[in-house]
Design a protein around this ligand. Sequence first.
Ligand SMILES: [Zn+2]
Length: 70
Amino acid sequence: MTTAPQPGSTAHCAVCGTPVTEDAARCPSCGLSRPAARGSRVLGRHGLWLLAAALAVVYLTVLLIVAAAR
Ligand SMILES: [Zn+2]
């Protein structure tokens, strides 16, 4: 019971799964920046909204092209 893993103290890289520290600047294996962020802080809100906005822009662009071609 002395070597029980502590949930939350050890994070894993979101790309390669290498155990990293919470405040690690880069993954030692794949070099990902802030590997412990796990996307909840990086892509949690702004990233998803940016992705949705980008998809909407692409969708509207294609829609305009198709509408203009007819
Ligand atoms: Zn990694």
